[in-house]
Design a binder for this molecule. Sequence first.
Ligand SMILES: [Zn+2]
Length: 225
Amino acid sequence: MKKSSKVRLIIMAHPDDPELACGGSIAKWAEQDKVYYIIVSSGEMGTWGKNVSPLKVADKREEEAREAARFLGVKKIIFLRHSDGEVGTIKTFIIEIAVLISSLKPHTIVTHDPWRRQFHPDHRATGLAVIDAIMIARDLHFYPFLQEIGLTPHRAEELLLTPTDKPTLVNDISTTFTKKMQAIRIHKSQLEQLPNWESRIKKMAETQGKISGFKFGEGFYQMLI
Ligand SMILES: [Zn+2]
């Protein structure tokens, strides 16, 4: 019998967010499922270099994201190329996500927890837009044109919010923790801006793992759709 293969759709604001948030889970899912990425902004503001062109930063970061995704076994990566820092202002954003959900038909959708205490406005905006888009993809009467272009309603099974202040589900990433760290290291252009990232990520994985008795874990707030 063929192994069941689910589509796991990771929708994150910036090129390094998937690996930082849940690279260990992605590596595990990719062993048997189809994992797809949607990267909302190519992160052109992600540099401390005063004379660096944002366009070059975006190119570099897309390249790193492609390499990290390939390394983890991700099947597809879609860049929406919205402006870094201004994701919440793009009027078509929710519809774009809804169209992609209807078309890619994921079992699981993973995004930022918009209710977590955090600094980056793009993380909050992405989390909220994904939640709204799930409703539109599920109940197509909100936007009847989607049916006119051949899309059928799609109800994903679960939404996983991460990182989160209140994990309700912890994945055991003890066997893929090293792979997660290697994948983060591929985002070379960002490492300088992530001081002490190795010890911080390790501590987080230990703390979250402890909740469910694993050596290393990644926590999610799970919502069933
Ligand atoms: Zn980010």
